[in-house]
Ligand binder design. Structure first.
Ligand SMILES: *Cc1c(COP(=O)(O)O)cnc(C)c1O
Length: 384
């Protein structure tokens, strides 16, 4: 064996020994909540398709029409010839939804954070990151070459302490956090972080991958409280509640113009396929027009947490912390035997020792099935 293959095989074996090897399972999606795996039909509580738009005929038709008009792929980076007219239309809609001057679409949410953070921050700068932030925020901060420090989860006082100690010795500073935490489902204290950022002249970025479409009347986590939070960099994804694919940043015109000039994942990567952009546009229109639809996933999550006596859901994501990886995997298998797909989430996605079931709710989940899931989890997982 070559040293490369030996390395790969040994690394895999050591991950396997710790229950950390990951494998892909063929999963056919029958509609937005029912899946077929290994010949079995399962009700999924693991998709991020919160508003069921991946399978919505109005969204699908928009994508099909865009392929007929504009073709299948963009053909080049948007700065070369890939800038088909759908981009500007979607950017205008997103900016309106998020109440900003402008917006920029990226290839994915992951690519958005890599590009945004590394375009704005550099070697002499400070990037403060909530310790539970998504992997792509950490990757963007690392790519920027700035000094990255993590603050304890949602601990504004700790962030303030770090700024007090380190802000003065850096040119620019950024505070970056998930708006809705992807594995915990709680919200960031964006009002307080916004005030802190103003005090220290730091730039606040919130990653609203799990916020757009489902909290703040569909407008996202900056809008989750009565007063809008002051978040100059609102990024997110088009691949969760929006049901399509791609990432975005909503910000002021100068920031968007700079990002479109300097973000490497924007400049050197092909524009999104027209179908993805058109689908996202149709979905954003639907979110904008019907805030009552946007309320449904959170309402279902709250029914579930109330039923089990868990802390009230703040988003459609509800974690059930199990602890050991093996036990979380067993719990997930038991639920699969009952016809439910509820993914076990383990390290390194979450801190070791906090392996969990992550239950996500969509507008279309039948109340009777939520009740059946709650009763099984209550009897066989929580009360043991
Ligand atoms: C899913 C997710 C992303 C990545 O978005 P993609 O469009 O899937 O690349 C970024 N941030 C958070 C918090 C996420 O949950």
């Amino acid at each position: 064996m070559s040293s490369l293959d030996t390395f790969a095989a040994q690394k895999l074996a050591s991950l396997e020994a710790k229950n950390l090897r990951r494998t892909l399972v063929d999963t056919a999606r029958e509609n937005s909540i029912w899946l077929v795996r290994g010949g079995r039909r399962l009700l999924s509580f693991s998709c991020n398709d919160y508003l069921n738009f991946t399978q919505d005929p109005r969204v699908q038709e928009a994508a099909i029409a865009a392929i007929r008009t504009h073709g299948v792929g963009a053909g080049a980076s948007r700065l070369v010839t890939g800038n088909h007219p759908l981009f500007a239309a979607l950017e205008t809609k997103l900016a309106k939804l998020k109440d900003t001057e402008a917006a920029c679409i990226f290839g994915s949410g992951y690519l958005a954070n890599l590009g945004i953070i590394s375009a704005l921050m550099g070697r002499n700068d400070l990037v403060l990151v909530d310790e539970l932030s998504h992997s792509c925020i950490l990757a963007g901060a690392a790519l920027s070459g700035g000094k990255m420090l993590t603050f304890r989860h949602n601990d504004v006082a700790h962030a303030a302490e770090l700024l007090k100690a380190h802000r003065a010795s850096h040119r620019h500073a950024m505070i970056a956090t998930d708006g809705v935490f992807s594995m915990d489902g709680d919200l960031a204290p964006l009002q307080e972080l916004g005030a802190l950022a103003r005090e220290y002249d730091a730039w606040l970025l919130s990653d609203d991958a799990h916020g757009i479409g489902v909290v703040g009347g569909g407008r996202g986590s900056s809008f989750a409280r009565a007063r809008k939070a002051d978040v100059p960099l609102q990024m997110g994804t088009l691949s969760k509640a929006v049901g399509s694919y791609g990432g975005y940043l909503c910000a002021s015109q100068p920031v968007i113009d700079l990002v479109k000039t300097r973000a490497r994942t924007f400049v050197y990567s092909t524009g999104l396929p027209p179908a993805s952009v058109a689908a996202a546009m149709a979905a954003v229109d639907l979110i904008d027009r019907d805030p009552n639809h946007a309320i449904k996933p959170l309402r279902k999550a709250k029914t579930f947490t109330a039923r089990l006596g868990l802390p009230e859901a703040q988003s459609p994501i509800v974690p059930i912390i199990i602890g050991e990886t093996e036990e979380a995997l067993n719990a997930s298998r038991m639920l699969e035997d009952e016809g439910f797909l509820v993914a076990a989430i383990r390290s390194p996605t979450v801190t070791p020792g906090t392996s969990r079931l992550r239950v996500t709710f969509t507008a279309a989940h039948p109340d009777s099935e939520i009740e059946r899931l709650a009763s099984i989890i209550g009897e066989r997982i929580l009360r043991r």
